[in-house]
Design a protein around this ligand. Structure first.
Ligand SMILES: CC(=O)N[C@H]1[C@@H](OP(=O)(O)OP(=O)(O)OC[C@H]2O[C@@H](n3ccc(=O)[nH]c3=O)[C@H](O)[C@@H]2O)O[C@H](CO)[C@@H](O)[C@@H]1O[C@H](C)C(=O)N[C@@H](C)C(=O)N[C@H](CCC(=O)O)C(=O)O
Length: 521
């Protein structure tokens, strides 16, 4: 197993794409130089990622114009630059020896199609699945991959936690990679014989054309709650970006969880055919899910659909929503023509042996409950995720609930008080620590969270900025049978403080604290 860099992913055997043919196909003007008979083997929007033979696309950004980096791209081996009119002016002073093409439409709008043309990924032999929603997307992607494997297929995946091509693991920098990276990843997956791809699709990805040029067989929507208001301004714009995935230019068909009004609205307003999943029998839907057994170790369920389609199974992670995630993944396979019987045949009594990095990940599953607390680490960082996890824990936690969390600096600040209130209402003790303060004063973020916790007037609250100390504090106050849930960092391995990226892995820290307490060997 190797860990590669997300940006530098490329197919191993790229085909040459003559620049002149690309120029004609996309209708670019030649701003300077000549295409001649040069060909592109790859395409990137980041000068730091340029490989020999790449076409470098200089896009206008929030801070810089990508064209400013054209000379750097040339030095790294770029064969040509594509940009907009403003970018052409920027390149004029750089004395470039490679041609500069100019796109009349904003280059980002045709980036997906361009990347598909360069990497030959417009038509893929693989089935492609996409999941959007606020929380739980990563879990659905991992469940999809596991179920596809059970059905005898070779899955590839792209998620917030990592990208995977068989045993090859590639670091993720964004939930949904830029179109140039995504198509390079898809090309590489094709080379490796991947015949089914599971992709996490963020609202940013739909809005910023990151998934253009990809044809999804099936897309799904799981839930919707407050997040990313710093980027989208209001909930309606955030919702619209997710709804836009359910359109014929992106996907053939969709699956929607209709328990909540947002899902019902996606089902109503979708521009592609959708099938619906409900977790309550009274509700109007084609598929129904019933949870049959729950414990801290997992959840069992029965899924029933049209024409006798059914599945009885379990997931080794707690929470009704995990059963819902699994049901959603199963229906996606069914909708893609993969029979549920075929999936079941590849599993031991319906058990889906999924491992989801940093998603309700139990760091000491072997500790007997009478010997000590169980410690879980999760990536949840929204009020909706907190509520779902704490509601689920209330159903299965044998002892007290100790909740450890912090909040992002320089991101949606309006969710902080609500996060605190939900944490306070749903736990017995809350420890507020620092997450990624970024440029904000950490104590000010903590104060907002603590005000929220106190407003619930329920849990005891502790303040401990240093997450390493906070983790140890949690272990020290826990008793056998208690559950500690550390929400926020999930799989991450860094902390961002005042412009610096410092190494920090919550999972490693928790393992260390449990070892010190004699709860792990
Ligand atoms: C806010 C946002 O989306 N920013 C994105 C944007 O950055 P920007 O406009 O600030 O770029 P810039 O720094 O001005 O640079 C302009 C151009 O010059 C290029 N450049 C820049 C510097 C250099 O040395 N060389 C170079 O080529 C850049 O690649 C870029 O194309 O363009 C960059 C390249 O296209 C993106 O990587 C970057 O995503 C940043 C990293 C980001 O954090 N995005 C978040 C908001 C995001 O997309 N999140 C979603 C949601 C996840 C969820 O559901 O929770 C996700 O999918 O991850």
């Amino acid at each position: 197993m190797s860990t590669g860099d997300a940006l530098s992913i490329r197919p191993q055997h790229p085909a040459p794409r003559p620049l002149e043919a690309l120029r004609r196909e996309f209708g670019w003007e030649t701003g300077s130089g000549h295409a001649g008979d040069a060909a592109a083997f790859g395409v990137t929007i980041d000068s730091r990622d340029v490989r020999e033979g790449d076409l470098y696309v200089g896009l206008p950004g929030a801070r810089r114009h990508g064209a400013e980096f054209a000379a750097q791209a040339e030095r790294s081996g770029a064969v040509a630059v594509l940009t907009d009119a403003a970018g052409l002016e920027v390149t004029a002073t750089q004395g470039l020896g490679i041609p500069v093409f100019v796109s009349a439409v904003p280059p980002r709008e045709s980036l997906g199609e361009l990347a598909a043309a360069v990497y030959g990924t417009a038509e893929l032999p693989a089935r492609v699945f996409g999941i959007t929603g606020t929380n739980g997307k990563t879990s659905v992607v991992y469940l999809l991959a596991e179920l596809l494997r059970a059905a005898g297929m070779t899955p590839g995946l792209s998620s917030t936690a990592e990208r995977r091509i068989g045993e090859e693991v590639i670091v993720s920098n964004l939930t949904s990679p830029e179109a140039t990276e995504l198509h390079a990843l898809l090309a590489r997956m094709s080379e490796k014989g991947v015949d089914a791809v599971a992709l996490e699709v963020s609202a940013h990805a739909v809005e910023r054309h990151r998934i253009d040029g990809v044809r999804f067989d099936v897309v799904a929507f799981n839930n919707f709650s407050q997040d990313h208001l710093d980027d989208f301004g209001d909930m309606e714009s955030y919702f619209a970006a997710k709804l836009a995935l359910f359109a014929p230019e992106h996907a053939e068909r969709g699956v929607v969880v209709v328990d909540a009004p947002a899902g019902q609205r996606v089902a109503r307003e979708s521009r592609i055919p959708v099938t619906r999943l409900a977790t309550e029998y009274g509700q109007d839907a084609e598929w129904h899910l019933a949870v049959t057994r729950q414990s801290l170790d997992g959840v069992s369920f029965v899924l029933q659909g049209p024409e006798g389609a059914h599945f009885r199974g379990s997931v080794p992670v707690f929470g009704r929503f995990m059963a819902e995630n699994a049901a959603l993944a199963l229906i996606m396979l069914h909708e893609a023509g993969i029979p549920l019987e075929r999936v079941a045949a590849g599993l031991d009594r319906g058990r889906i042996p999924v491992y989801i990095p940093g998603r309700l990940e139990c760091m000491n599953p072997e500790t007997p409950l009478e010997a000590g607390p169980r410690f879980f680490v999760d990536y949840g960082h929204t009020p909706g995720a907190f509520a779902a996890m704490l509601d689920a824990l209330a159903e299965v936690a044998p002892g007290r609930i100790i909740f450890l969390f912090g909040a992002d600096g320089d991101r949606d600040t309006t969710k902080r008080e609500e996060m605190g209130r939900i944490a306070g209402a749903g736990s017995d003790a809350v420890i507020v620590c620092d997450y990624h303060p970024r440029s904000e004063p950490p104590e000010a973020i903590r104060a907002q969270l603590i005000a929220g916790v106190r407003s619930a007037n329920h849990a005891r609250v502790f303040e401990e900025g240093d997450p390493r100390t906070a983790v140890r504090l949690a272990v020290s106050i826990a008793q056998p049978g208690d559950v500690i849930l550390y929400a926020g960092p999930g799989h991450e391995d860094y902390q961002e403080i005042a412009g610096r990226i410092l190494p920090y892995s919550a999972r490693e820290e928790v393992r260390g604290a449990l070892r010190e307490a004699g709860l792990l060997p």
